[in-house]
Design a protein around this ligand. Structure first.
Ligand code: S3P
Length: 196
């Protein structure tokens, strides 16, 4: 509950303070695993008549194997290299909603690159909510741990300074995917009209 209030306060501050003064062609969703980037992103793209792109899917298609196999066979640094390369390519996109892997923005270079062409929106959820959402899925190699909730807390704490650099923070607690998508679209339109 305290975590939820903190997220709400953070979100209010971001929404009020949003001033984006650069051209925006795309919408990038960042945030932790289970924050809802893919579900909300797909819905937002559909509504906006934008293309939807999930960086994890692109990597899997290019590498010809599942993310868990990349981690297992090639190691995490190899996966982060894939992310770096995909981020580079994203600079050429137009009218695209991009759902990024949870760890992709935990790099100043990746974040800076996203900001050259996209409104960067962070979807936020507490560690407990994230665990509830991801516990049924076994495909996330970073959570194959004896105590996954502790791992979520640790990673989230490490990544918070990056996630906070998003242009907008949207709290996904107690919100449906549809509500999150609507909020994201609203923020995108506001950012675009502010720049016009
Ligand atoms: C990761 C998140 C995953 C995927 C990979 C690593 C992370 O993406 O990129 O397992 O470092 O947080 P989702 O956030 O889409 O689950």
């Amino acid at each position: 509950m305290r975590e939820n209030l903190r997220a709400k306060a953070l979100e209010m501050r971001y929404l009020k303070g949003m001033t984006v003064t650069r051209p925006i062609r795309n919408l990038a969703l960042i945030g932790f695993m289970g924050a809802g980037k893919s579900c909300a992103g797909r819905l937002a793209a559909e509504n906006m008549h934008f293309t939807f792109l999930d960086t994890d899917n692109v990597i899997e298609a290019r590498a010809g194997k599942a993310i868990s196999n990349i981690f297992q066979q090639d190691g995490e640094p190899a996966f982060r290299d894939w992310e770096r390369r995909i981020v580079e390519e994203l600079t050429r996109r137009d009218k695209t909603v991009i759902a990024t892997g949870g760890g992709l923005p935990a790099s100043e270079a990746n974040l800076a690159s996203l900001k050259t062409h996209a409104l960067v929106v962070c979807l936020w959820a507490s560690p407990e909510t994230i665990w509830e959402r991801v516990r049924a899925h076994a495909h996330r190699p970073l959570l194959n741990e004896a105590d996954p909730l502790a791992k979520i807390r640790q990673l989230l704490a490490e990544r918070e300074p990056y996630y906070r650099q998003a242009d907008v923070l949207v709290n996904t607690e107690m919100r449906s995917v549809r509500e999150v998508a609507q909020q994201v679209i609203h923020q995108f339109h506001m950012a675009q009209s502010a720049h016009r």
